[in-house]
Design a protein. Structure first.
Length: 416
């Protein structure tokens, strides 16, 4: 017998960008293989700043309810009332989504409700529908809702904390995407509540890689420089490349690296102006670094598959997080250099995969040493790669099996 799950997610096509889109899409595509029919409740496209093509699965009902972005739709001369953006700028979605969700519940009679953070309003909608219907709720937390100094606004931090406590009290399960986030959430709540916590990591989509293998990668010369690729957003504080630029400038001045031999390509950083400012402080690195524009996802994966090496950045202030890009990097199966804190979840995940080419993101001297070691291993074809069975365990299909088992368990509980 097929069961139904109402999935409440802000990150959904036609929105452009964000790993949350790929997580939700993968769940909706793979859940039917495990006896679960998804119903998606998301926002009207006007709520998105950037939109692309609609990518609805033909067999997944999608309802787009009323929602506004307070910073754009409710602002006067660029300013808006802060109360209209609590717990986030899309609180108006709650007004449209709760009635829409009740209509969907009456029509489809779902067996479970699932909601996805980091848009806290999604959890607020799910909490409301759970309270009104008694249907079991799974809160896909992914990353922490609150942390030391996060969110920066004290009022928002209090509201996020209240929503998190409600999830821990009322949800059948609260899902985190990394071991560190799981542990930290458990520490904030009583031991009995911590039993609700479940780990379902991010992953990669195999069908996207199969599609990418037929896509044209950016043109490269067979005699060109070794290209080390970072694909994706470089946050100024969470993935600060300043020490990396300093290391490259040092290696360039010492004659260890030359433009004809090495190139660092930073694809779709979303902060190119910040990176250019850093390059002005480290001019010796300028001719080793290329700032490249975004590519469609298919072409971006094709570029990863053809890169000489892949670069991952993660600062110590994100030790409880793992970049979603890591899983795509593992599937691309190219030599991987990570600059991350050794005590964080990112470095731990790489070590578990047998990848030891890891340097300290905040230490230019260590970066220089680890980069030259990495290049030497690559030239000798000895750079570590993850085992195929481990790569397969990180697929979105494998993650969906975990979610389906969790839904089975939640739906078997007595209604509340």
């Amino acid at each position: 017998m097929v069961k139904r799950v109402l999935m409440i997610a802000y990150h959904y096509p036609p929105m452009c960008g964000g790993s949350g889109i790929h997580r939700t899409l993968a769940f909706t595509r793979h859940l039917p293989q495990h006896g679960w029919q998804p119903l998606v409740l998301t926002v009207h496209p006007r709520a998105y700043e950037d939109i692309g093509a609609v990518d609805d699965h033909p067999h997944v009902p999608v309802h787009r309810s009323f929602a506004l972005d307070s910073s754009r739709h409710l602002a006067l001369r660029g300013r808006y009332i802060e109360l209209l953006a609590q717990p986030d700028r899309w609180i108006s979605w709650w007004l449209g989504a709760v009635p829409a969700g009740l209509r969907l519940i009456r029509k489809y009679r779902p067996d479970a409700i699932w909601s996805s953070y980091p848009i806290a309003t999604a959890h607020l909608i799910a909490l409301s529908l759970h309270r009104l219907s008694g249907i079991p709720w799974i809160a896909d937390q992914r990353d922490p809702m609150v942390d030391t100094g996060y969110p920066p606004d004290p009022r928002r931090r209090r509201i996020h904390g209240w929503i998190e406590r409600q999830a821990m009290r009322r949800a059948a399960a609260v899902v985190c995407a990394t071991p560190g986030a799981l542990q930290r959430l458990g520490q904030r709540h009583e031991a009995a509540d911590a039993q609700r916590l479940v780990l379902i990591e991010n992953g990669y989509d195999e069908s996207s890689f199969i599609d990418a293998e037929t896509a044209p990668a950016p043109a490269t010369s067979p005699n060109g420089p070794f290209t080390l690729l970072h694909s994706g957003v470089i946050y100024p504080s969470e993935r600060d490349p300043g020490p990396l630029f300093a290391a490259l400038a040092k290696l360039r001045s010492e004659g260890c690296l030359a433009p004809r031999e090495f190139r660092l390509r930073l694809r779709a950083s979303a902060h190119d102006d910040h990176l250019r400012a850093l390059l002005r402080r480290h001019p010796g690195a300028a001719d080793l670094i290329e700032l490249a524009p975004p590519l469609p996802h298919r072409e971006a994966l094709a570029e990863m598959l053809g890169a000489d090496g892949l670069l991952l950045l993660q600062a110590a202030n994100c030790n409880d997080q793992i970049p979603a890009k890591l899983y795509e990097y593992l599937r691309a199966n190219r030599p991987l250099l990570a600059l991350a804190d050794a005590a964080g979840d990112t470095a731990a995940a790489l070590r578990d995969a047998g990848i030891h080419t890891i340097g300290q993101l905040d230490n230019a001297s260590d970066i220089a040493v680890q980069l030259m070691r990495f290049l030497q291993l690559c030239r000798a074809n000895q750079a570590p790669r993850a085992a195929p069975c481990l790569i397969l365990s990180h697929s979105r299909a494998a993650r969906t099996r975990q979610l389906a088992a969790l839904l089975d368990r939640a739906s078997a509980q007595e209604p509340t």
